[in-house]
Design a protein. Structure first.
Length: 202
Protein backbone atom coordinates (compact mmCIF):
# COMPACT_ATOMS: atom_id res chain seq x y z
CA UNK A 1 0.00 0.00 0.00
CA UNK A 2 2.64 2.57 0.98
CA UNK A 3 4.59 1.78 -2.18
CA UNK A 4 1.35 1.96 -4.21
CA UNK A 5 1.92 -1.39 -5.87
CA UNK A 6 -1.70 -2.32 -5.18
CA UNK A 7 -4.94 -0.34 -4.90
CA UNK A 8 -5.88 -2.00 -1.61
CA UNK A 9 -5.04 -5.16 0.31
CA UNK A 10 -8.55 -6.55 -0.20
CA UNK A 11 -8.68 -5.82 -3.95
CA UNK A 12 -5.17 -5.30 -5.34
CA UNK A 13 -6.25 -4.45 -8.90
CA UNK A 14 -3.83 -4.70 -11.80
CA UNK A 15 -1.58 -7.72 -12.20
CA UNK A 16 -0.07 -7.90 -8.70
CA UNK A 17 -0.98 -9.72 -5.52
CA UNK A 18 0.96 -11.71 -2.95
CA UNK A 19 2.05 -11.39 0.64
CA UNK A 20 2.91 -8.23 2.51
CA UNK A 21 5.99 -7.97 4.68
CA UNK A 22 3.94 -5.46 6.72
CA UNK A 23 6.96 -3.17 6.82
CA UNK A 24 5.39 -0.34 8.82
CA UNK A 25 3.93 -2.72 11.40
CA UNK A 26 7.18 -4.65 11.72
CA UNK A 27 9.28 -1.50 12.09
CA UNK A 28 6.92 -0.09 14.71
CA UNK A 29 7.22 -3.36 16.61
CA UNK A 30 11.00 -3.20 16.34
CA UNK A 31 10.94 0.20 18.06
CA UNK A 32 8.79 -1.32 20.80
CA UNK A 33 11.14 -4.29 21.25
CA UNK A 34 14.17 -2.03 21.57
CA UNK A 35 12.34 -0.06 24.24
CA UNK A 36 11.56 -3.31 26.08
CA UNK A 37 15.17 -4.53 25.84
CA UNK A 38 16.61 -1.22 27.06
CA UNK A 39 14.08 0.18 29.58
CA UNK A 40 16.11 3.37 30.15
CA UNK A 41 16.11 4.16 26.43
CA UNK A 42 15.27 7.77 25.54
CA UNK A 43 16.25 7.97 21.88
CA UNK A 44 16.12 5.63 18.90
CA UNK A 45 17.48 6.18 15.39
CA UNK A 46 16.38 4.67 12.10
CA UNK A 47 19.15 3.81 9.64
CA UNK A 48 17.72 4.05 6.12
CA UNK A 49 18.93 3.94 2.55
CA UNK A 50 18.75 7.39 1.01
CA UNK A 51 17.49 6.04 -2.32
CA UNK A 52 14.49 4.06 -1.03
CA UNK A 53 11.35 6.14 -1.76
CA UNK A 54 9.13 4.25 0.69
CA UNK A 55 11.23 5.17 3.72
CA UNK A 56 9.16 8.27 4.46
CA UNK A 57 6.09 6.07 4.88
CA UNK A 58 8.02 3.70 7.14
CA UNK A 59 9.51 6.49 9.24
CA UNK A 60 6.10 8.06 9.85
CA UNK A 61 4.83 4.76 11.28
CA UNK A 62 7.94 4.37 13.45
CA UNK A 63 7.63 7.95 14.68
CA UNK A 64 4.06 7.38 15.77
CA UNK A 65 5.04 4.33 17.83
CA UNK A 66 8.08 6.08 19.28
CA UNK A 67 5.95 8.96 20.51
CA UNK A 68 3.55 6.60 22.30
CA UNK A 69 6.58 5.09 24.06
CA UNK A 70 7.97 8.49 25.03
CA UNK A 71 10.98 8.14 22.73
CA UNK A 72 12.69 10.65 20.51
CA UNK A 73 13.33 9.23 17.05
CA UNK A 74 15.90 10.40 14.50
CA UNK A 75 16.17 9.46 10.85
CA UNK A 76 19.66 8.71 9.52
CA UNK A 77 19.93 8.32 5.73
CA UNK A 78 23.00 6.86 4.06
CA UNK A 79 23.82 6.47 0.40
CA UNK A 80 27.13 4.62 0.40
CA UNK A 81 29.11 2.15 2.50
CA UNK A 82 31.63 4.86 3.33
CA UNK A 83 28.95 6.81 5.20
CA UNK A 84 28.08 4.01 7.59
CA UNK A 85 30.64 4.77 10.29
CA UNK A 86 29.55 8.38 10.70
CA UNK A 87 25.88 7.45 10.48
CA UNK A 88 26.01 4.77 13.16
CA UNK A 89 28.14 6.91 15.46
CA UNK A 90 25.25 9.42 15.44
CA UNK A 91 23.10 6.79 17.14
CA UNK A 92 25.51 6.47 20.06
CA UNK A 93 23.80 6.94 23.39
CA UNK A 94 20.55 5.54 22.03
CA UNK A 95 19.46 2.53 20.01
CA UNK A 96 19.17 1.78 16.30
CA UNK A 97 16.63 0.23 13.95
CA UNK A 98 18.36 -0.88 10.74
CA UNK A 99 15.63 -0.74 8.10
CA UNK A 100 15.90 -3.60 5.62
CA UNK A 101 17.67 -2.74 2.38
CA UNK A 102 19.77 -4.89 -0.02
CA UNK A 103 22.76 -2.57 0.37
CA UNK A 104 22.63 -2.92 4.16
CA UNK A 105 22.40 -6.70 3.96
CA UNK A 106 25.49 -6.73 1.75
CA UNK A 107 27.34 -4.68 4.38
CA UNK A 108 25.80 -6.42 7.40
CA UNK A 109 29.10 -7.54 8.93
CA UNK A 110 30.44 -3.97 8.80
CA UNK A 111 27.19 -2.59 10.23
CA UNK A 112 27.30 -5.06 13.12
CA UNK A 113 30.93 -4.23 13.83
CA UNK A 114 30.09 -0.53 13.96
CA UNK A 115 27.05 -0.95 16.22
CA UNK A 116 29.06 -3.03 18.65
CA UNK A 117 32.03 -0.65 18.56
CA UNK A 118 29.74 2.31 19.24
CA UNK A 119 27.84 0.31 21.89
CA UNK A 120 24.53 0.89 20.11
CA UNK A 121 21.82 -1.71 20.79
CA UNK A 122 20.32 -2.50 17.39
CA UNK A 123 17.48 -4.45 15.83
CA UNK A 124 17.34 -5.79 12.30
CA UNK A 125 14.83 -7.21 9.85
CA UNK A 126 16.66 -10.44 9.12
CA UNK A 127 17.91 -13.27 11.31
CA UNK A 128 21.22 -13.31 9.40
CA UNK A 129 22.26 -10.09 11.12
CA UNK A 130 21.80 -11.67 14.54
CA UNK A 131 23.61 -14.84 13.50
CA UNK A 132 26.52 -12.59 12.48
CA UNK A 133 26.54 -10.83 15.87
CA UNK A 134 23.69 -8.32 15.82
CA UNK A 135 21.59 -7.93 18.95
CA UNK A 136 18.03 -8.68 17.80
CA UNK A 137 15.88 -9.27 14.75
CA UNK A 138 12.13 -9.21 14.31
CA UNK A 139 10.50 -10.03 11.00
CA UNK A 140 7.67 -12.00 9.46
CA UNK A 141 8.39 -15.70 9.05
CA UNK A 142 9.99 -16.72 5.75
CA UNK A 143 8.29 -20.11 6.02
CA UNK A 144 4.90 -18.38 6.18
CA UNK A 145 5.66 -16.36 3.05
CA UNK A 146 6.73 -19.43 1.08
CA UNK A 147 3.61 -21.36 2.06
CA UNK A 148 1.40 -18.43 1.13
CA UNK A 149 3.18 -17.99 -2.21
CA UNK A 150 2.39 -21.59 -3.07
CA UNK A 151 -1.30 -20.98 -2.39
CA UNK A 152 -1.29 -17.95 -4.71
CA UNK A 153 0.27 -19.97 -7.52
CA UNK A 154 -2.38 -22.65 -7.05
CA UNK A 155 -5.23 -20.13 -7.24
CA UNK A 156 -3.86 -18.42 -10.35
CA UNK A 157 -3.24 -21.72 -12.13
CA UNK A 158 -6.90 -22.55 -11.44
CA UNK A 159 -8.01 -19.36 -13.20
CA UNK A 160 -8.18 -16.69 -10.49
CA UNK A 161 -7.06 -13.18 -11.46
CA UNK A 162 -4.34 -11.55 -9.34
CA UNK A 163 -6.44 -8.37 -9.19
CA UNK A 164 -9.14 -10.26 -7.28
CA UNK A 165 -6.92 -12.17 -4.84
CA UNK A 166 -6.47 -10.26 -1.54
CA UNK A 167 -2.94 -9.54 -0.42
CA UNK A 168 -2.23 -11.66 2.65
CA UNK A 169 -0.59 -10.16 5.71
CA UNK A 170 1.75 -12.17 7.92
CA UNK A 171 0.39 -14.10 10.86
CA UNK A 172 3.73 -15.43 12.10
CA UNK A 173 6.63 -13.25 13.24
CA UNK A 174 9.99 -14.32 14.63
CA UNK A 175 12.07 -12.64 17.34
CA UNK A 176 15.72 -13.69 17.58
CA UNK A 177 18.07 -12.42 20.29
CA UNK A 178 21.84 -12.81 20.52
CA UNK A 179 22.63 -13.15 24.22
CA UNK A 180 26.38 -12.96 23.68
CA UNK A 181 25.98 -9.58 22.01
CA UNK A 182 23.64 -8.41 24.76
CA UNK A 183 26.31 -9.22 27.33
CA UNK A 184 28.98 -7.41 25.28
CA UNK A 185 26.74 -4.34 25.19
CA UNK A 186 26.08 -4.53 28.93
CA UNK A 187 22.38 -5.25 28.40
CA UNK A 188 20.36 -7.60 30.57
CA UNK A 189 17.45 -8.76 28.43
CA UNK A 190 14.27 -8.77 30.58
CA UNK A 191 12.80 -12.26 31.24
CA UNK A 192 9.53 -11.25 29.58
CA UNK A 193 11.38 -10.57 26.33
CA UNK A 194 13.39 -13.79 26.57
CA UNK A 195 10.15 -15.74 26.91
CA UNK A 196 8.78 -14.12 23.75
CA UNK A 197 11.87 -14.98 21.70
CA UNK A 198 11.59 -17.67 19.04
CA UNK A 199 15.35 -18.23 19.16
CA UNK A 200 18.14 -17.31 21.55
CA UNK A 201 21.68 -17.35 20.19
CA UNK A 202 24.23 -18.01 22.91
Amino acid sequence: MGARFVASLARPGGDLTGTSAAGEEVLSKQVELLSAAVPQLKRVSALMSRVNPINGFFFDAMSLRARTLGLRIDRIDVGAEGELEGAISRAKGGALVVVNDPSFFQDRVRIIELTRHSQVPSIFGDREYVAAGGLMSYVSSNAWHWRSAASFVDKILKGAKPADIPVEQPTKFELVINLKTAKALGITIPPSLLQRADELIQ
